[in-house]
Write a protein that binds this ligand. Structure first.
Ligand SMILES: NC(=O)c1ccc[n+]([C@@H]2O[C@H](COP(=O)([O-])OP(=O)(O)OC[C@H]3O[C@@H](n4cnc5c(N)ncnc54)[C@H](OP(=O)(O)O)[C@@H]3O)[C@@H](O)[C@H]2O)c1
Length: 342
């Protein structure tokens, strides 16, 4: 079936300025980490992307290694760009990243100039693009001078491969260093991508939100639903079709009794607000404008619709926020803690 996007898509979403840049991002963005590899039917991928765009989600986030196998999410998205999204490139913000293991040998991971530029070229080829809108250093590399990593990002922009650059999972101190180097090079750091949700609040302890506000850098919070824990799906056990059943990034042992107790209490609160738990979890991440956009994932189009509905109620009273702090305990679910500890 040929696809044409919903005409009212821009009235269904709100757009927020990314730091002090000229770039505006939808309050909800879609990531293709899971459910876009070779193990998911192409029709499902198409339906998820189409539904997102129909709801005004203009930002699609990728990385070199998303799959499985690594690279296959970019290839699939390239097909969607060439078919469904053909003619809409200028309405889309597409990002990719390099930093984690992508190919064998010493040049296939971390933060060297060699790796970042070669990987960016591979990503462009897989997606059939001339440029990505945002290119990220996916994690801080303790063994490569930050000047080299940032110099590669600057080169990627100057050579026309990307319009903006960002960093992911860097802590406040490293963010300040990278931002200063990039500013000197004349390619500002426009966006930071940290993990952040009700059960993983490292950015608050680190002071990252304050750092980003001070530096005028925007932010895109990934795993706002804690990979699905912050929905009702695990309250009655682990469903067969869920991410926790797949033996991938969501280890069932991390869905503890204490996490489920938080989820139960949060769900009751979400119902009282007239929202689903997923919607409240996303609204909480976006509260107070500290985070520009919430970067969700989805295994079905219906989840995108539910998540997009979060913008219907983004306001919290002080009493609600205090209650959320009381009923939700931090869990040991931050898989990216090592990167932000360096
Ligand atoms: N920079 C980095 O290092 C980094 C790391 C990780 C992720 N990311 C980015 O962040 C994106 C999002 O990560 P994520 O997929 O873990 O985010 P998430 O939104 O926390 O979790 C997505 C999962 O939650 C479930 N879900 C989503 N909406 C739902 C709803 N309305 N109702 C019930 N369940 C719902 C689905 O699980 P089921 O599959 O079980 O249905 C879905 O796959 C990634 O795609 C990637 O772009 C970046």
């Amino acid at each position: 079936m040929p696809y044409s996007p919903a005409e009212d898509r821009y009235s269904k979403m709100i757009y927020r300025r990314c730091g002090k840049s000229g770039l505006q991002l939808p309050a909800i963005s879609l990531g293709l980490w899971h459910n876009f590899g070779g193990d998911t039917p192409h029709e499902t991928k198409r339906a998820i992307c189409q539904t997102a765009f129909d709801h005004g989600i203009t930002h699609f986030d990728l990385a070199n290694n998303y799959g499985p196998p690594p690279g296959s999410a970019e290839t699939a998205f390239g097909e969607i760009l060439a078919t469904d999204f053909r003619g809409y490139r200028d309405e889309l913000i597409i990002s990719s990243k390099a930093g984690y293991n992508m190919w064998d040998g010493p040049y296939g991971e971390w933060g060297s100039r060699k790796y970042l530029i070669a990987s960016c070229d591979q990503s462009l080829k897989r997606m059939g693009l001339d440029y990505v809108d945002i290119f990220y250093s996916h994690r801080f590399d303790p063994d490569t001078p930050l000047e080299e990593t940032c110099g590669a990002l600057d080169h990627i922009v100057r050579s026309g491969r990307a319009l903006y650059v960002g960093i992911s999972s860097y802590n406040s101190a490293r963010t300040r260093q990278a931002a200063a180097i990039l500013k000197d090079l004349g390619t500002p750091c426009v966006i930071h991508q940290p993990s952040y949700n009700l059960l993983n609040r490292w950015v608050e302890k680190d002071g990252l939100k304050e750092t980003l506000a001070e530096l005028g850098i925007g932010s895109i919070a990934f795993t706002p639903l804690a990979q699905g824990i912050l929905t009702k799906k695990y309250l009655g056990g682990i469903p067969e079709q869920s991410r926790a059943a797949q033996g991938k990034s969501l280890d069932p042992v991390t869905i503890t009794e204490s996490a489920l107790a938080s989820v139960r209490a949060l769900n009751t609160m979400a119902e009282a607000r007239g929202q689903t738990l997923a919607q409240m979890a996303i609204a909480w991440v976006l509260r107070g404008n500290g985070i520009t956009t919430a970067l969700i994932g989805a295994s079905k189009p219906e989840q995108v619709v539910d998540c997009a509905g979060a913008i219907g109620n983004l306001a919290f009273t002080a009493a609600e926020l205090a209650e959320i702090d009381r009923i939700s305990a931090e869990e040991d679910i931050n898989l990216w803690a090592r990167s932000s500890a360096e």
